[in-house]
Design a protein around this ligand. Structure first.
Ligand SMILES: [Mg+2]
Length: 236
C-alpha cells in the first residue's frame, strides 16, 4: 500500500475507553448512580452517558436532581465513586465485560509503529479508566492520556492527552498528527475541535448511521475492519 505524507508525521493515537476499547456491561453507569445516591441524592437520569466526561455526567444529574452542581458537590460524588466502581467492575461476568474486536491488535500496531505513541482520550477520571482497563489487562498498555480529571470539556481533555503524547515524541504538538478513536458523536466533535482526525467505531451504543452524520474521518464497525489500522497509522 502506498504511504501518504501523513504516515511520516509523528502520530499520537488517543483511544476512548467505554464503548471503544471495552464494554463494562453498565458497571461505570451503575457506579456513578450509586456514588450520587451515597451522597443522599435521588438521581434523575434520562440521558445516555456516551461520550460525556465523569464530571459532566455528575453535573447534569445534580442539575436535574436538586442540589447545586458546584465543583465541591461534584468532588463529593467522586469520593465514593472509585470504590463503588471497583465493586461494580468485579461483579460483571466475563461474557459481558469484554474488549471490543480489533482493539488489542490496534494497540499493538500503534505501540510497535515508529514515531507513534498510544494513549487514552477518555471522559473517565484517570483512576476510573485504569480500574476499568485493569480488569482486562490493558491499563499498562497506556502510559499517558487525557482524562476526565484534566478537564470537564472533552476537547480540552483530548488536547491535554495530545500534549502529553507530543512530549513523549519530543515533538511540538503542531508537528504531530493526532488520531482519536471513539464511539460517540462527542468523540468526533471533540477530535475535530482540536484538529485531530477521528476514527469512529460502532462498537458502543451509537449506530453507524448516527455516527456518519457527524462526519468522522473514518467510520468502521470495529478496529478489526479492513483498513482500520492503516487509517490509524495514516497509511490509507
Ligand atoms: Mg465512549
Amino acid at each position: 500500500m502506498p504511504e501518504t505524507a501523513n504516515s511520516k508525521l509523528p502520530t499520537i493515537v488517543l483511544f476512548d475507553v467505554d464503548g471503544t476499547i471495552l464494554t463494562t456491561g453498565g458497571a461505570g453507569r451503575r457506579a456513578i448512580i450509586r456514588a450520587i445516591e451515597a451522597c443522599g441524592i435521588t438521581p434523575k437520569i434520562d440521558f445516555s452517558f456516551a461520550g460525556m466526561t465523569d464530571r459532566g455526567i455528575i453535573r447534569k444529574v445534580l442539575d436535574a436532581s436538586g442540589p447545586a452542581a458546584t465543583e465541591t458537590a461534584i468532588d463529593r460524588v467522586l469520593e465514593p465513586y472509585l470504590d463503588l466502581l471497583r465493586a461494580e467492575v468485579d461483579a460483571v461476568d466475563d461474557a459481558t465485560y469484554r474488549v471490543h474486536k480489533g482493539i488489542v491488535a490496534a494497540i499493538d500496531a500503534a505501540t510497535n509503529a515508529p514515531r507513534v505513541v498510544c494513549g487514552l482520550g477518555t471522559g473517565n477520571i484517570e483512576a476510573g479508566a485504569r480500574i476499568k482497563l485493569e480488569r482486562v489487562g490493558l491499563s499498562e498498555r497506556f502510559s499517558f492520556g487525557g482524562f476526565g480529571c484534566d478537564a470537564e470539556d472533552r476537547a480540552a481533555l483530548l488536547r491535554a492527552g495530545a500534549e502529553r503524547g507530543a512530549a513523549r515524541l519530543e515533538t511540538p504538538l503542531h508537528y504531530c498528527r493526532v488520531v482519536v478513536i471513539g464511539d460517540s458523536p462527542r468523540d468526533i466533535k471533540a477530535a475535530h475541535a482540536i484538529e485531530a482526525e477521528c476514527i469512529a467505531v460502532s462498537t458502543g451504543f451509537i449506530r453507524s448511521e448516527e455516527l456518519a452524520r457527524h462526519h468522522p474521518d473514518h467510520l468502521v464497525e470495529d478496529m478489526a475492519a479492513a483498513g482500520a489500522i492503516e487509517a490509524m497509522l495514516g497509511r490509507s
